[in-house]
Design a protein around this ligand. Structure first.
Ligand SMILES: [Zn+2]
Length: 834
C-alpha cells in the first residue's frame, strides 16, 4: 500500500502526553462530521484518501482546508477527530466545497521507538557549589577556568533555545520537542570505587569538614586542583549524573542523553584527583552500566574530544578489552597538559586491552573542523564501527572549541554536531554525552547546544566549504592508522609482519643502495670504506664513509657530506604499490665525485642516512631523524674524520661540501676549529647546498672576532630559490655570519646541484691552480708537485698504493676492504676522546 500523505508542519497536533509515556489516541468515528464529499462519486482506488487516526506515538493529524465560511474551524475538527480504521470511509479530495479531513494512515508496523523517544538531560544547580575560595581570586582575571558558571551557561543556552525546561517553567508541562530532565543523584561509594580506590573516596569525602586553610594547603600539593567543603557533594553529584544519564540510555528510557556536569573527570586517576578533576565520571558510569546490564551493555566506546588527553580514562581501561577509549587531543610532544608520554599514539593498551586504546595526538594547537572531521572519517568511525559497541559515551570537553584560549583550537559548534551525528550511528543510537572541560563560557554553551540539537535529531549545521586538514594533522592521522592497523581489520596500510618468513631475508633499501654506491665507486675510483669507531650514524652501515686511496697524501681533498640519493617513483595507480621497474634513483652527488677524481682531487664521501636504525628491524615505519639530530651527527662524524683521517695527514687543501642537513653540521665543525683560520690552514672553503633546512651561522667565540669575515671569505652557500631567507632580503640585509649566500634559480636539491655544478668546478679548479702556482714558486721542483697533477688511470693508481697499510681493491674484487683507524691526533682541535 503506497499512499502519499503530505504532513505539513501545522498538521501535527500538540501533544499533551507526559514524558515518555505515550497515550494511545483513540478517536470516535461518530465524532467526525462529514460533508457532501462523502456522498459524491466514488473515487478511483488511486485517488482514494484514507481517513485514519492511529494509536501510538504519531499524533492524529489533520490537514484542514476550509472552502467556505460555514465549515467548522480547524480546532473544531481536531476535537472531532475520531478513529477510522477502515478505508471504506474514503472521501473525494476535490472538488469539494467543504472541509477536507485528512488523517495519515495508521502505521503498518509499531512506531519507530528511537525517533519517538526523547533526549534526556542532566543538570543540577547544586554542582555549582564546588568553587575556588573567593580570597584566592584577587581580581577578575584570576578566576579559575573551571568556573562554576560553566554548567549554568550551558543549561541556560539550551533552555533559552526552548529545548528544556528550567526552574521558572516548573508549572508547565514538558513539551514534545523538549528534553526530558533526568534527575542527578549522588553516586554511591560502591559505584565510585568501581574506578577509584577506597582511600581516594575517603580523602574526597573528608574534605566536607576540613577548615579552609587546610583545603588550600591540600590543593596546593596536588596537580591543578582546588577544594572547598562542597567538593565531595558536587563530585558525587557529577558522577551520579553521568551514571543516571548512561543508565537511562542503556535502559531505553531515553533515546540518548546529555549530562551537564562538573567537576570534570577525565584527568582523575584511580587514587588521586588532578587537572580540575575529582572523580572520573565517565569511567564510573561505564562500569556501573556494565555491572547493572551485563547483557545489554557489554562493550562501551568512550570518545574523548576534550583538547587534553584523558589520562585517567586511559589508565582505568588500559587492560580492558571491552572498553575502547579514543582520544583526540593536543599532545605537542608532551609540552601540553597532562604532559605525560601516555597521550602519544603508541599507547595502545596492554594485555587483553591491547588495541583498545586509540590516541590521536595533535602535534600542535590550531586544529579545527577540517582536522577533526578528517580524524573521524579516517580513524574514529572505522575503528568504532568495527568494535561495534553497545553504548557510546562522549567525554565532551569543549576546550577545543573556537574561542577557548586554553585549547587554542578552532572546532565550531557545527563540527561538534557532525561528530555527534556520526557517533549516533553506533550502538543503535545509544549515546550519552558527559561534559568534561571547556573554559570559554560562550564557546561551551554554543557547542553544547549544537550537540543537544543533534541528539534531538536536528541535522547538524553545514560545515564551511573546502575543509582542508593541515599537513601535520594528516601526518598524525597516517601514523595513527599505521599504529592501529595491527589491531583493526578496517585500517590500512598494514604494518609489515616481521614474523613472516620472507621478512628474514629482507633489507631496507637505503642500506642496499649505499652499499651499491660504495661498490660502484670502488670499481670506478677504487674508493674503500673507512672504519669509524663511533656510535650513531657511523655504525649504521659499513659503507657510510668511503674514500679514494690517496686521501692521506699531498693532494687537494674534497670532503662531501650528503643526504642519501633521492628516489622517485611512479606508484601503481590502483594499489599505490611502489615497484622497482617504476622507480628511479637520482644520484647527482656521484657527478661531483667523478669530476673531482678526474681532476686530481682525492675524495672522502660521507652518507648521512635519514635515520639511525634500531638494531633489530621490526618492520615498523621509521620517521626520518630531525634535521637538528642529523646535523649533530654530521658534526660529530666530521670532527672524527677530521681528527683521524685529515689533520694527521698531508692533504694540501681541504674543501668541504655539505649537502642538505649535513651542511649544518659542517658549519658547526668550522665554528669550533680555530686553526682553520690560520694562514697555513689547509681548509679552503665550505660549499653548502641548502634547500628546506634553516641557515646556520658561524659561531663567534669570545676571543676570535675574525671568524665572521673569515667564514664569509671562505664559504659559498647556495640557497634554494624559494627559501624563506630571501623573503626578507628586501627589507633587511642578510648577516655575514651566514657566509656568502648565493640565491639559486632552482628549487629542489637535485636541480640545484646540477645547476651549480659548473660554478663549483670552476671554483675548485681555480683554488687548486692557485695553490699549485704558489707552491711551485716556493718549492721549485718539489717532488710532490707531480702528485697534484690529474690522477693516473685507476689501474696504475691502484698498483702504486699496493704497499700502503690499506689494501687497495683489485678490479673485480667484490667487497672493498675496510680502511684503517688511527689514534686521535694531538693536533686535534676537538679535545674529545673517541
Ligand atoms: Zn580539557
Amino acid at each position: 500500500m503506497d499512499r502519499d500523505f503530505v504532513m505539513g508542519e501545522d498538521s501535527i497536533l500538540d501533544s499533551t502526553e507526559p514524558n515518555g509515556n505515550h497515550i494511545i489516541d483513540t478517536i470516535d468515528p461518530s465524532q467526525i462530521s462529514f460533508h457532501r464529499g462523502l456522498h459524491g462519486p466514488v473515487p478511483s482506488r488511486k485517488e482514494q484518501l484514507p481517513i485514519h487516526s492511529h494509536g501510538g506515538l504519531l499524533k492524529a493529524t489533520s490537514v484542514l482546508r476550509p472552502y467556505s465560511n460555514s465549515q467548522p474551524s480547524a480546532e473544531d475538527t481536531r476535537e472531532d477527530s475520531s478513529e477510522f480504521g477502515s478505508e471504506d470511509m474514503d472521501i473525494t479530495p476535490e472538488p469539494s466545497p467543504t472541509v477536507q479531513v485528512r488523517i495519515p494512515p495508521g502505521p503498518k508496523f509499531p512506531p519507530l521507538p528511537y525517533s519517538s523517544s526523547k533526549t534526556g538531560l542532566v543538570y543540577d544547580a547544586r554542582m555549582r557549589f564546588h568553587a575556588e575560595f573567593p580570597d584566592l581570586m584577587s581580581n577578575a582575571d584570576d578566576i579559575h577556568p573551571e568556573d562554576p558558571r560553566r554548567i549554568m551557561e550551558i543549561f541556560e543556552e539550551i533552555r533559552q533555545a526552548g529545548l528544556v525546561q528550567g526552574p521558572e517553567d516548573a508549572d508547565e508541562e514538558t513539551k514534545d520537542e523538549q528534553c526530558w530532565r533526568i534527575e542527578a543523584r549522588h553516586a554511591q561509594k560502591g559505584e565510585i570505587c568501581l574506578v577509584h580506590t577506597p582511600s581516594h573516596y575517603a580523602f574526597i569525602s573528608s574534605l566536607k569538614d576540613k577548615p579552609a586553610f587546610e583545603l588550600k594547603e591540600l590543593s596546593e600539593k596536588l596537580d591543578s586542583i582546588y577544594f572547598n567543603n562542597s567538593t565531595f557533594e558536587c563530585a558525587t553529584l557529577a558522577a551520579g549524573g553521568a551514571i543516571e544519564a548512561c543508565r537511562a540510555v542503556v535502559r531505553g528510557d531515553v533515546r540518548n542523553a546529555i549530562a551537564i556536569i562538573r567537576p570534570p573527570g577525565h584527568h582523575a586517576e584511580t587514587d588521586s584527583p588532578s587537572g580540575f578533576c575529582i572523580f572520573n565520571n565517565v569511567p564510573i558510569a561505564a562500569r556501573v552500566c556494565q555491572n547493572d546490564f551485563p547483557r545489554e551493555c557489554r562493550k562501551v566506546v568512550i570518545l574523548d574530544w576534550d583538547v587534553h588527553h584523558g589520562n585517567g580514562i586511559q589508565h582505568a581501561f588500559y587492560e580492558d578489552p571491552n572498553v575502547l577509549y579514543i582520544s583526540l587531543h593536543v599532545y605537542r610532544d608532551q609540552k601540553f597538559y597532562p604532559n605525560l608520554p601516555d597521550g602519544n599514539l603508541d599507547y595502545c593498551g596492554e594485555g587483553p586491552g591491547l588495541g583498545r586504546n586509540v590516541n590521536i595526538p595533535w602535534a600542535d594547537h590550531g586544529m579545527g573542523d577540517a582536522e577533526y572531521i578528517y580524524a573521524f572519517q579516517q580513524v574514529v568511525m572505522p575503528i568504532a564501527t568495527e568494535f561495534d559497541p553497545d553504548l557510546v559515551i562522549i567525554s565532551a570537553g569543549f576546550d577545543a572549541a573556537e574561542g577557548d584560549v586554553l585549547g587554542g583550537c578552532h572546532v565550531t559548534p557545527a563540527c561538534y554536531g557532525h561528530m555527534t551525528h556520526m557517533l549516533m550511528r553506533l550502538a543503535e543510537g545509544k549515546i550519552a554525552v558527559c561534559l568534561e572541560g571547556g573554559y570559554n563560557l560562550r564557546s561551551i554553551a554554543r557547542s553544547a547546544l549544537a550537540v543537544t540539537r543533534t541528539l534531538m535529531l536536528q541535522p547538524p549545521d553545514r560545515l564551511e566549504a573546502d575543509l582542508c586538514p593541515k599537513e601535520s594533522a594528516v601526518q598524525t592521522i597516517e601514523q595513527v592508522k599505521r599504529q592501529q592497523s595491527r589491531y583493526w581489520k578496517c585500517l590500512y596500510p598494514k604494518q609489515l609482519d616481521p614474523s613472516h618468513p620472507s621478512f628474514g631475508v629482507a633489507q631496507r633499501l637505503h642500506e642496499i643502495i649505499r652499499e651499491w654506491q660504495s661498490k660502484m665507486l670502488c670499481e670506478e675510483h677504487h674508493m674503500s670504506p673507512l672504519t669509524v669507531k663511533r656510535t650513531g650514524i657511523a655504525e649504521t652501515f659499513e659503507h657510510n664513509i668511503i674514500a679514494t686511496p690517496e686521501f692521506m697524501d699531498p693532494h687537494p681533498l674534497l670532503v662531501i657530506f650528503h643526504d642519501p640519493p633521492e628516489m622517485m617513483n611512479n606508484p601503481d595507480p590502483i594499489t599505490g604499490k611502489t615497484e622497482l621497474h617504476n622507480s628511479w634513483l637520482a644520484d647527482v652527488n656521484k657527478r661531483y665525485i667523478n669530476w673531482a677524481v678526474q681532476n686530481g682531487f682525492q675524495v672522502i664521501d660521507v652518507n648521512i642516512p635519514k635515520a639511525v636504525m634500531k638494531e633489530i628491524d621490526d618492520g615498523s615505519y621509521v620517521e626520518a631523524d630531525s634535521n637538528e639530530a642529523r646535523a649533530a651527527q654530521t658534526k660529530e662524524l666530521a670532527g672524527y674524520v677530521w681528527e683521524n683521517y685529515i689533520e694527521p695527514h698531508e692533504a694540501t687543501q681541504v674543501f668541504f661540501l655539505g649537502i642538505g642537513a649535513a651542511y649544518l653540521g659542517l658549519v658547526d665543525l668550522l665554528s669550533h676549529y680555530e686553526k682553520c683560520r690560520e694562514p697555513d690552514s689547509v681548509v679552503e672553503c665550505l660549499i653548502g647546498f641548502v634547500s628546506d633546512t634553516v641557515l646556520q651561522s658561524i659561531k663567534r667565540n669570545f676571543n676570535d672576532d675574525d671568524i665572521v669575515p673569515w667564514y664569509y671569505a671562505h664559504s659559498m652557500i647556495f640557497v634554494q630559490q624559494s627559501h624563506h631567507v630571501w623573503d626578507r632580503s628586501g627589507h633587511k640585509k642578510i648577516r655575514r655570519k651566514y657566509g656568502r649566500l648565493i640565491q639559486s634559480s632552482k628549487d629542489p636539491m637535485n636541480d640545484m646541484l646540477l645547476e651549480h655544478q659548473e660554478e663549483v668546478r670552476e671554483y675548485l679548479l681555480a683554488k687548486k691552480r692557485q695553490y699549485e702556482k704558489e707552491n711551485a714558486v716556493f718549492n721549485g721542483a718539489d717532488s710532490r708537485q707531480g702528485l697534484r697533477s690529474p690522477t693516473l688511470p685507476s689501474g696504475i693508481q691502484a698498483a702504486r698504493f699496493s704497499g700502503d697499510v690499506r689494501q687497495t681493491p683489485k678490479p673485480g674484487q667484490k667487497l672493498p676492504p675496510l680502511g684503517f683507524f688511527t689514534a686521535p691526533s694531538s693536533r686535534s682541535p676537538l679535545k674529545r676522546s673517541f
